[in-house]
Write a protein that binds this ligand. Sequence first.
Ligand code: UGA
Length: 446
Amino acid sequence: MKKIAVAGTGYVGLVTGVALSDIGHEVTCIDIDEAKVKRMQAGESPIYEPGLDELMTKNIEAGRLHFTTNHREGFANKDAAYIAVGTPEKEDGTADLRFIEAVAKDIAQNLTGDITVVTKSTVPVGTNDYINETIQENLAGNHNIEVVSNPEFLREGSAVFDAFNGDRIVIGADSEKAASLIEEINKPFGIAIYKTDIRSAEMIKYASNAFLATKISFINEISNLCDRLGANVEDVAIGMGMDGRIGAQFLKAGIGYGGSCFPKDTSALVKIAETAGMEFELIQSVMNVNKKQQLLLVEKAKEVLGNLNGKKIALLGLAFKPNTDDMRESPAIAISGSLLAEGAEVVAYDPIATPNAKFFMPGGVEYVNSAEEAINGADTAFIVTDWEEFKNLELSVFAEKLQEPVVFDGRNCYDLKQVKDANIDYYSIGRPAVTREEAKELSKTN
Ligand code: UGA
């Protein structure tokens, strides 16, 4: 059992802290927000993450998981201090390291003995060296400090599952002693550990996210070509993914990636390359493709319906992906902005993201409490997030409640065969359109 401090209780910090306590360590999570700390002390997670509340309660009750706003108490007598604060994107696309710097100073001023500092936050290559320097410069007392890069690969919405079932744990350290300590801490997870130097570990994180974003933009471009040529992108993705060298995951075409990671990390990587004197053309294109893809449904709707001025559009789903209430960089934001600019009315519904959405979405969007309420009386419906709730909708609801039964599905939620019997016009991503006209013709010939 090791004594661990975790600074920052966002997705990464909180899940890391809770998971480390669950494998037996004594963990203290530190946050500056008093109200948030009170909620967490009561076993309530401030973020929506399946399974997290239960795990928090279990480990608080076992006496292994603590929350505090007191930095002295938080960093004193610890074997390791994890940095898990945000690195948001600055206006110029670079990562904002303000919070990292503040924590580094905090650790330096509050530790009471030797400590290994573990960076979980996604930070540009070279930042761990900077963290080390910042701590050394602000150190109160004569302590030995080691800094380790230990990037996080968990996904929102399945973060708890990922923490216990990840593909690898990367440990970047310049000393064997520090690497061994973090290896020992992580051993009970039973996940493969890969040890490397600090800069390579920092790069592994950016390269992994940028590669996954590349897969998504690639399949989205293929889907747009499938649209033009009458192929089906889902079959194409399956056929490609069966090649072990390609892999089946992250080949789901849609309306682009969003969230707090891919958009931020791709633009940071372009900036990192720029600073290193290199133009990272591929990732720049991945970003451009994604921007265009987010507005694909609007383009399709204009093509099919003509002018959208005065049309009422039901937006099903607001979160950037299902099982999260996170709205950061969600395609829903760009889509609503564009629809409102076209003079359309937007009626939106999301199973859980609506309270958050109100801060992110443009003004003028109406929010309702069910999918059916959004669809009822609207001219057309856009499916933006692939929530199970939408996948399980009776398709007859579209035919019955829409003024004109035309559906634009940005996440390919329905089987084309199922749609053919639904008496709707259905436009999805990279798959042939299904229209009532065509279904009628087909039934005549059958
Ligand atoms: C992503 C990575 O998957 C994690 O490994 C990483 O740790 C995390 O970023 C991070 O850096 O913190 P996350 O942003 O939670 O995780 O979400 P993903 O499940 O990766 O999805 C990202 C976006 O890509 C979503 O908008 C999703 O709809 C989209 N996506 C994903 C597709 O359009 N197609 C796919 O095949 C997969």
